[in-house]
Design a binder for this molecule. Structure first.
Ligand code: DOR
Ligand code: ZN
Length: 468
């Protein structure tokens, strides 16, 4: 199967290039002068369009299995594909969670049946109780292990407890003490893996909630109960642990200027700390709450304009290397509840690409940096490079073709998600992904899926990543 993409503006590691792209049997086989005549099975005219590496969404909670009424892998990966994502990295907190090699292998086989995108899998790090599973999960190809640092989990299901009053104390599994976390860092380092964490310090959260003195009723209350100091404190502790052990540590969904300062200071000291942020932190602020409403509740919370501006600076200067959606659906009914009782998290993998494209066209970043944080650097971080994340011969032919002149309005009723309720409902976005190419085949045209399901599991190679 040969695909010929003509006249596009390719976003390559060496900069933009007006050229044709040839894909043979799922792999990029050549970058040709525009207009070169070749025989092919399919031709796509990309004149006037940008051709970027297919986006990688490294932060997706598909709720599958265990909470399939909220979302499932079929819907999350199909929505992602429509939005220009060609690889999804699935978070481990389904039921049962991916906390052993055995569940890892089961989950791989299970998701292979319903994947519309290629996918990798995260493992769950609990502390001492599954320390012996860290090595086996990396050997099986885990992209990273995730510690829900600061979260209480349900003892039986390991589900996240969003509000401590939701469960009686005897059902709670509290986050591991720091001594155990240090051992976890050492174990991940021993296997050359990547440790990522939700960074909100549980003691800072508890005292802040206590000081507030009443349940969360307004957006101001939410910000007071979950201050940025909680994020920066955890990153500071993690920096010491990463320095002591040599473990690569990654901050997921970083939301604050204070968190960014902590990451920058680790990086200045040469400690291997990296960070991700998400479209919600890059495009929304507390000022949007009156318009968006309760559906905006995520942990850590969306903060102020100065935090958003700082995150864009961090992304453009290189302190933030990766973006993810944190697609974490709940039911529409749950999301329409009041603040105190609703769970945190929202729908996002379908709008992930379009929101970043819109921001790029509004001048918040360049097309080159967008390709890096949404594909190339993400692939490097998770041991998928150079197979994924880059337009160059030999890499998988995963692409997103963007029309910079188009515009589209996000509409809940058009989302693929099982529980379609988006904080961006009604927002008009500049530019749009007009085609997604997966494994050398045009699989989406103008939001319509036009090819059969073909997602495959991708194994992370962490040792290869450091030399790639
Ligand atoms: O808002 C969130 N929801 N933040 C997280 O860290 C987890 C996620 C979920 O799984 O619901
Ligand atoms: Zn998450």
């Amino acid at each position: 199967m040969r695909l010929h993409i003509t006249n596009g503006n390719l976003i390559t590691p060496d900069g933009p290039l007006r050229a044709d792209l040839l894909c043979d049997d799922g792999v990029i086989s050549g970058v040709l002068d525009a207009g070169t005549r070749v025989d092919c099975d399919e031709r796509y005219d990309a004149a006037g369009k940008l051709v970027l590496p297919g986006f990688i969404d490294p932060h997706v909670h598909s709720r599958d299995p265990g909470n399939n009424h909220k979302e499932d892998f079929d819907h999350s990966t199909r929505g992602a594909l429509v939005g220009g994502v060609t690889t999804v990295l699935e978070m481990p907190n389904a039921i049962p969670p991916v906390e052993t090699l055995e569940v890892f292998e089961q989950r791989r086989a299970y998701h292979e049946k319903s994947a519309w995108t290629d996918f990798g899998l995260w493992g769950l790090a609990l502390g001492e109780s599954n320390l012996d599973q860290i090595g086996p999960m990396f050997a099986a190809g885990a992209v990273g292990v995730k510690l829900f640092w600061g979260y209480a989990l349900h003892k039986e299901t390991r589900s996240l407890i969003y509000n401590l009053d939701d469960e009686p104390p005897e059902n709670l599994l509290m986050p591991p003490p720091n001594g155990q976390v240090l051992r976890l860092f050492a174990e991940v380092a021993r296997h050359g893996g990547l440790l990522a964490a939700h960074c909100e310090d549980k003691d800072v959260l508890a005292t802040s909630q206590e000081q507030l003195g009443h349940p969360i009723e307004s957006y101001e209350d939410l910000l007071a109960a979950r201050p940025a100091t909680a994020e920066a404190t955890t990153i500071a502790i993690a920096t010491e642990f990463a320095k002591a052990t040599g473990c690569r540590f990654h901050v997921v969904h970083m939301a604050s200027e204070a968190g960014l300062e902590a990451v920058r200071s680790a990086q200045r000291r040469g400690v291997p700390v990296s960070a991700e942020t998400c479209p919600q932190y890059l495009t929304l602020t507390d000022q949007d709450y009156p318009r968006v409403g309760p559906v905006m509740k995520v942990y850590p919370p969306v903060r102020e304009q100065r935090d958003q501006d700082a995150l864009w600076n961090g992304l453009n200067e290189g302190s933030i290397v990766s973006t993810g959606s944190d697609h974490a659906p709940h039911t529409v009914e749950e999301k329409n509840r009041g603040f105190a009782t609703q769970p945190a998290g929202g729908v996002g993998c379908e709008t992930f690409g379009p929101l970043l494209i819109d921001a790029m066209l509004r001048g918040r970043t360049t097309a080159e940096r967008l390709a890096q944080v949404a594909a190339t650097e993400t692939a490097k971080l998770y041991g998928l490079y150079p197979r994924k994340g880059v337009i160059r011969p030999g890499s998988d032919a995963d692409l997103v073709i963007v029309d910079p002149e188009a515009s589209r309005t996000v509409r809940n009723e058009e989302l693929v998600a099982k529980q379609p309720v988006s904080p961006w409902h009604g927002v008009e976005l500049r530019g749009a992904p007009v085609a997604t190419v997966l494994c050398g085949e045009v699989v989406v045209r103008d939001r319509e899926v036009v090819a059969p399901r073909r997602g495959r599991f991708v194994r992370a190679e962490h040792a290869a990543a450091s030399v790639g």
